[in-house]
Design a binder for this molecule. Structure first.
Ligand SMILES: Cc1cc2nc3c(=O)[nH]c(=O)nc-3n(C[C@H](O)[C@H](O)[C@H](O)COP(=O)(O)O)c2cc1C
Length: 167
């Protein structure tokens, strides 16, 4: 098949099973200019390099929070566990308060940090690359933390457009 139909191509890409992350940064309220926490669900995350420690993810240039991630070089990536489908859905929705009722604090560069995660990386942008309708963001890992307790042990997985469990 030639890749002319975006929906069919998206479905084809969806055959690649991934984990799910939520990426956060500190943006600005457009009206008041006050700091405003920003979060979005992303499964484009990949580890890149151990030395230097690099990761990447890509952001849709059409997403509402694109400006926040391009104006701020600090971000945090939270790898989600299987109990975090609600957070994933919320952070994949437009025009809602993604931080309502969620425990969070501020990390390096003011990036919002959720308390609940499987593993969390605090990063600063090392490179930005053109990626068609996405921008590819390569970040240097400045700090990271992984949890080892039972409740965070199973990953949240995404396959063919749906969440699924490890068999
Ligand atoms: C499982 C899953 C993975 C996603 N991965 C990405 C991604 O890697 N990059 C991206 O730009 N959008 C991704 N999205 C879509 C965004 O989460 C969604 O467009 C969200 O509304 C963006 O936030 P915003 O509207 O506040 O900008 C994904 C959505 C889901 C459900």
């Amino acid at each position: 098949m030639t890749p002319t139909d975006s929906k069919a191509l998206r479905n084809a890409f969806g055959h690649f099973a991934t984990g799910v992350t939520v990426v956060t940064t500190m943006g600005k309220d457009l009206e008041t200019g006050h700091p405003k926490p920003v979060a979005m669900t992303a499964n484009s995350f990949s580890s890149v390099s151990l030395d230097p420690p690099l990761v990447l993810w890509s952001i849709d240039k059409g997403s509402k929070s694109y400006g926040a991630y391009t104006n701020n070089d600090h971000f945090a990536i939270h790898i989600l566990h299987s109990g975090q489908q609600d957070l994933s859905n919320r952070c994949a929705s437009r025009d809602i308060d993604k931080f309502a009722g969620v425990e969070w604090s501020q990390g390096i560069g003011d990036a919002p940090l959720f308390d609940d995660f499987s593993c969390r990386f605090q990063c600063v942008v090392e490179h930005r690359y053109e990626g068609g309708d996405h921008q590819i963001i390569v970040g240097r890992v400045l700090d990271y933390k992984c949890k080892t307790d039972h409740s965070t042990n199973q990953p949240l997985l995404f396959f063919k457009g749906q969440y699924c469990d490890v068999a």
